[in-house]
Structure formats: C-alpha cells, structure tokens
Design a protein around this ligand. Structure first.
Ligand code: HEM
Length: 463
C-alpha cells in the first residue's frame, strides 16, 4: 500500500508543478522574452549575477520591443510613456518583492529600511521625518558638506596620484554621517574603512543586486532565523555607529542646537510618536546613509570618467567655473546658491546619470488587481513590472538619435517641450511617491563637489 501512495503523491506533486508552470507561462504568453525566463526566475538571477546584465537587458529590449518578459511573473519595460502609469501617485503601485534584497540584517533580525517599506509604513515615516529632506532644510546641511569637502581636498592634496573613486566613497560616507549626526566617521582622515562600515554599506547594495530576482531564496539562505544563526551574522557595523551616535545625542546637553538629520528625525518622532517608534529611527537613519553613500560617490566618479573621455565637455565645464571665479559669482569652495543654477554643470551631471544611472535595475512595482495597459498590451493584475532605466534613457524619440553618446549639450539645446519630456523620462532617482528621498541632498552634494574638485585638481584617467 505504501508504494502506490508514494507514487500517487509524487505524480500529484509533479502535476501541481506542471500546472503552475503552464499557468505562469500562459498568463504572460503575449510578452516576448528569453525562453527560460518564461518558466523560472533563475534566468534573471543568473543574468544579474553574471557580467553584462544591463547591456543584456538593453539588447533584449532592442530585440523584442518595449516589453520583455524576464520571469514567469515579471516584465521589464523600456517605454517612457509607462513611467506615469507604473510610478503613479494615485493609486500608488506597491513595490515588488525584489526590494526584500535591500533589507539589511543586524543582530540576527531584519532592520526596517525606507526603501523596502510598504506604502502604509512609508507614508507614516514620510509624515514624521519628511521635513528633513525638503528643499527648506537643505541649507542646514551645506556646512557639513563643505567641511567634508575641505577634508577631501586636504586628503587629495597629500595623495596627488590616487584612485579618486575610492576617496569619493570615503567622502560620501563621512559627509552623510556628518549630515546625519554633525560628526564624521573619519574615513577621509584615515584614508581607509573603519570597522568595515563602508564595506557593509557597499555590500548591502551588492546583496540587493545579487538576490533581487529570488527573494524567497534570499530569506532562506541569508535572512531566516536559522540562516543568521548558522552564518553567525552579528550586528551591522553601520547600525553600531548609528546606535552609538543616537545614544550620545539623547544624552547631549546641547541637543536642541543641532540642525542635522538626527535632530529632525527625533523631532518628528516626538511629534508623531504613534507613527514612528523610537527603534524605527535607527532603521531610517541607516537606510538613508546606506542609500546615499554609494550612489553619490558612484555618480561623481562616473562623471569624472566621462569628462576625462570627453575633453570638449570638460573644457566647457572648466570654462564655466573659471568665468564664475573671475566674475566673483563663484567661491572656492563653492556655495549652493552659486552652483545651483550653473547650466553646464547641471547638464554634465544629468547626462552622466542618464548614460550611467547607478541603480540600473528595474524599479519593480506590482500591477493593481484590475490590470493595466502598458505599451499597447494588457498586463494582468499581480504581474511585477519595472522600467529598465538604462533602456528608457536610450529612447531616441526623447533623447535624440545620438542617445548612446555622452553629450551634455542635449539638455541645453532642447526646446521647452522636449526638455519637459527628457525630464519626465529621467528615471535615475526613480519617480512618483517613492522617488529618492534624498534627491535634494544628492544634488546639493554633487553640485558642490564636482566644481570643488575641478577648481583644485587636474583630474584625469590613467592612459
Ligand atoms: C546620485 C545620487 C542618488 C541616486 C541616483 C539615488 C537613486 C535612488 C533610487 C533609484 C531610489 C529607489 C526609488 C524606488 O525604489 O523607486 C532611491 C531611494 C532612496 N534614496 Fe536615493 N539616490 C541618490 C542619493 C541619495 C542620497 C544622498 C540620500 C540620502 C541623503 C538618498 C536616500 C534615499 C532613500 C531614503 C530612499 C528610499 C526612498 C523610498 O523608498 O521612499 N539617496 N534613491
């Protein structure tokens, strides 16, 4: 009796798997894509973990069109017209399961991360601490950025031939800790990482990219109680730093005088104690630093690389800076009010982020139950979709026939209508309700730091 029962069980199990595979296959059979991606997310997992993932996705969009199926329930989009639909603010489409990859662990527990929060939690966090990220608060951070910029200039003066990318990582991390706590970690002073804090921030991003396609396996292998016990995961170095600084702030007799992120978060928490619990602050601070360090350092590094490869663009930017210094409209170090409206600086940074957006994976969202028409096709409710930023940024109708070239002028030559379309299709900071929270701080940091470097150094790429 036991053998037939086991056989029936095996056949039953196999049938369930086959039905599941067929159902997944047919639900999106009208969307083209790589063969194995129609049946399993392992195609995406493998692609994301091998070289050339982004180039592969761009090529797939070229081959199949504006919609490409990248998983049984996953569709990648390259149509700029889909942006206001997928990242609509009303209704807000839920973030997809891939964001679980961005959730960090500390003390064997997952830590709340703004980027991966559901909409209810996110609305509460924005209500209580959102003020810290508005343009009105921006000037409160300028001195912290300037002080860290001075340390960067000092460090680079002592190390004239060096890997600028690495120093920009130290700078971005020290700068954000200072913006958050009015104190630095001291990476620029040391010229290296301290207690693995920077490495942990970088690793969090890599981890996200590595596991985004298979969140269930990420849970089992990395984040479940058993996995963290077996792997002996301790507390996160960034959480340790954050915790110490938060405790120090609570006991600081001068705590009312600070104008940093920490003070604004604590104010928000005191005002809305039901929305933001005390222990959530640490997660919010950690995810803010985690989201802001690698991204700005990477963007500044790519920009310097593009300028070194495009001498005409570089000379134009240097000229804009020289003219400003000569006319007395720019200082060294430059102030935000002076650099905010420099047209060529703005175009250079935008063009770098268009050609090489740092978060180049799809920003996944779940299609609401009623389904949606995207790029002329019906996508059923529950499907996970995401605009593939690099492919959107190469759209020739929006960015021109030479969209693959690095040419900052395109942002200045466009007429008002074209410029509006370019801005609306620009996805580097995402779009809609979940657009990058730190976008204004990022602009402040990058527009102050790029001229600072060009004023003080001759940055070139090794030949
Ligand atoms: C060039 C620099 C930056 C780029 C390209 C960038 C890009 C992004 C992107 C693509 C997202 C994901 C949005 C989504 O899921 O749809 C994001 C989220 C976020 N970023 Fe940035 N970011 C940058 C700098 C910063 C800085 C400096 C900070 C902090 C001061 C910051 C804080 C955040 C936070 C807190 C989130 C989560 C937002 C949410 O889910 O509501 N970012 N960023």
């Amino acid at each position: 009796m036991a053998a037939p029962a086991a056989i029936s069980l095996a056949v039953g199990g196999l049938l369930v798997v086959v039905v599941h595979l067929l159902r997944s296959y047919f639900s999106l059979s009208h969307i083209p894509g790589p063969f194995w991606a129609k049946f399993t997310n392992l195609w995406r997992f493998k692609s994301q973990n091998s070289k050339g993932h982004t180039t592969r996705l761009i090529a797939l969009h070229k081959k199949y069109g504006k919609l490409v199926r990248l998983g049984p329930n996953h569709v990648s989009i390259s149509d700029p017209a889909a942006i206001p639909i997928v990242y609509s603010t009303n209704p807000t489409w839920k973030k997809g399961p891939s964001y679980y990859g961005a959730v960090p662990i500390s003390k064997k527990r997952t830590v709340p991360s703004i980027i991966a929060m559901d909409e209810v939690q996110h609305t509460a966090v924005r209500k209580s601490v959102g003020r810290a990220f508005t343009t009105n608060s921006l000037l409160d951070y300028e001195d912290s950025i300037e002080a860290t910029g001075r340390e960067l200039v000092e460090a680079l003066t002592k190390n004239p031939e060096t890997d600028i990318g690495q120093w920009l990582q130290f700078f971005a991390m020290d700068m954000l800790i200072r913006v958050a706590f009015s104190d630095t970690l001291g990476l620029l002073g040391k010229g290296g990482d301290i207690d693995g804090t920077l490495a942990a921030v970088m690793d969090r991003f890599d981890h996200w990219g590595r596991w985004a396609a298979v969140p269930d396996i990420d849970f089992l292998v990395n984040k479940s109680r058993l996995a963290t016990l077996l792997r002996g995961v301790g507390d996160s170095p960034l959480a340790r730093v954050g915790m110490n600084k938060l405790e120090a702030r609570k006991n600081d007799v001068n705590k009312e005088t600070y104008k940093d992120l920490c003070s604004k978060f604590l104010e928000g928490q005191a005002k809305y104690p039901d929305l933001m619990r005390q222990d959530a602050i640490l997660g919010v601070i950690m995810s803010t630093i985690g989201a802001g360090a690698d991204t700005t350092a990477g963007t500044l590094t790519y920009t310097l690389y593009f300028l070194s490869q495009n001498p005409a663009a570089r000379s134009k930017l240097e000229q804009e800076i020289k003219d400003g210094l000569r006319a007395g409209t720019l200082s060294n170090p430059p102030r935000w009010a002076e650099v905010n409206n420099l047209p060529y600086l703005d175009a250079v940074l935008k063009e770098s982020m268009r050609v090489l957006p740092v978060a180049s994976w799809g920003l996944d969202r779940v299609v609401p139950p009623a389904g949606a028409m995207i790029a002329g096709k019906f996508i059923p409710g529950g499907t996970v979709v995401g605009c593939q930023i690099d492919a959107v940024h190469l759209d020739e109708e929006v960015y021109g026939k030479d969209s693959t070239s690095y040419r900052p002028e395109r942002w200045l030559e466009a007429n008002e209508d074209q410029r509006r379309r370019m801005d609306r299709s620009f996805l580097t900071f995402s779009a809609g309700k979940r657009v990058c929270t730190g976008i204004h701080i990022a602009w402040l940091e990058m527009k102050k730091t790029l001229p600072l470097l060009l004023m003080n150094f001759n940055v070139s790429s090794p030949s």
